[in-house]
Design a protein around this ligand. Structure first.
Ligand code: AMP
Length: 283
């Protein structure tokens, strides 16, 4: 059955209130659309966590800086809706900008410390847009659970933190990274890559797998691993490293020998497309 398409906040609130009155548990999957298997895995996870699943599809302008790809961000609502139907989502919340940011809009949610690390260095206003839109979605849907992808590890951590700090009732679930058969992490932005860039982009996953293997074999010299990854990526002429970081998976502070869980995260420009990927390294 085609999910109910909801364009207004009022209608979304009414539906989720009705479900709650009926004793149904609700899970939310926030996305920017142009859905791929990664998003669909989140919908499946949401369906396990609750009785009703809401997928939001909204290209949130406040998380894009001027000069970023807001205008050319890929969109295909009809296809997205079909995929949501196949995954048996119950509702698709698909608001327009004037609904989410009406004239006079001036209030933002800002996470202080996690947001200025990793991607925050290159995209200093990005996470303020993310926390603001997710907080709004949490208030509108009042879901019992919301599902995010580990692909955006920093985003998931910031949202966990926000939900705790601001006492949202929504439980945060983080689902694993879904990859193409050749290892490239799925992303709506992969669509920007030319066939040659698409091949070169494999170095992101390859370098992470290399580091993971070295780690499993006992190598703990993070400076050396970082240099190796840098060399591997820079050898590809379309690729330019934005960052390669070994950070504590909870604080995003630079990892040291005592960090119990380390996030190895990287961002690489492949041509003009900025791709991210990561792996968790356990002691
Ligand atoms: P986006 O539409 O890019 O904003 O992503 C919406 C949600 O899907 C976020 O929670 C992402 O982390 C998640 N996501 C995107 N790509 C993947 C992937 N390859 N595997 C798992 N989750 C993903």
């Amino acid at each position: 059955m085609t999910p109910k398409v909801i364009k207004t906040i009022g209608e979304m609130r009414r539906l989720s209130r009705q479900w709650r009155r009926e004793g149904q548990r609700i899970a939310l999957v926030p996305t920017m659309g142009f859905l791929h298997e990664g998003h669909l895995s989140l919908i499946r996870r949401a369906r396990k966590a609750a009785d009703k699943t809401v997928v939001s599809i909204y290209v949130n302008p406040t998380q894009f800086a001027p000069g970023e790809d807001l205008d050319k961000y890929p969109r295909d609502f009809e296809r997205d809706l079909k995929l949501c139907a196949e995954e048996r989502a119950d509702a698709v919340f698909f608001p327009e900008n004037h609904e989410m940011y009406p004239p006079g809009y001036q209030t933002y949610v800002f996470n202080e410390h996690l947001s200025d690390k990793l991607c925050g260095q290159t995209r200093p206003t990005h996470f303020k847009g993310v926390t603001t839109i997710v907080a709004k979605l949490f208030n509108i849907v009042e879901a019992d659970a919301a599902v995010f992808g580990q692909k955006d590890a920093q985003q998931a951590l910031i949202i966990r933190n926000m939900a705790r700090d601001l006492n949202f009732r929504t439980n945060i679930i983080v689902a694993p990274i879904v990859r193409e058969n050749d290892g490239l992490a799925m992303s709506s932005r992969n669509k920007y890559l030319t066939p040659d860039q698409r091949k070169q982009a494999l170095v992101l996953n390859k370098s992470l797998r290399y580091a993971e293997k070295q780690w499993q074999e006992g190598l703990r010299d993070m400076a050396r691993l970082k240099a190796d990854i840098y060399t591997m990526i820079s050898a590809r002429n379309a690729c330019r490293v934005d960052y390669i970081s070994f950070v504590d998976a909870c604080t995003l502070e630079e990892a040291d020998s005592r960090s119990p869980e380390i996030l190895l995260a990287l961002a690489v420009f492949v041509g003009t497309t900025r791709l991210i990927d990561n792996v968790l390294l356990r002691r």
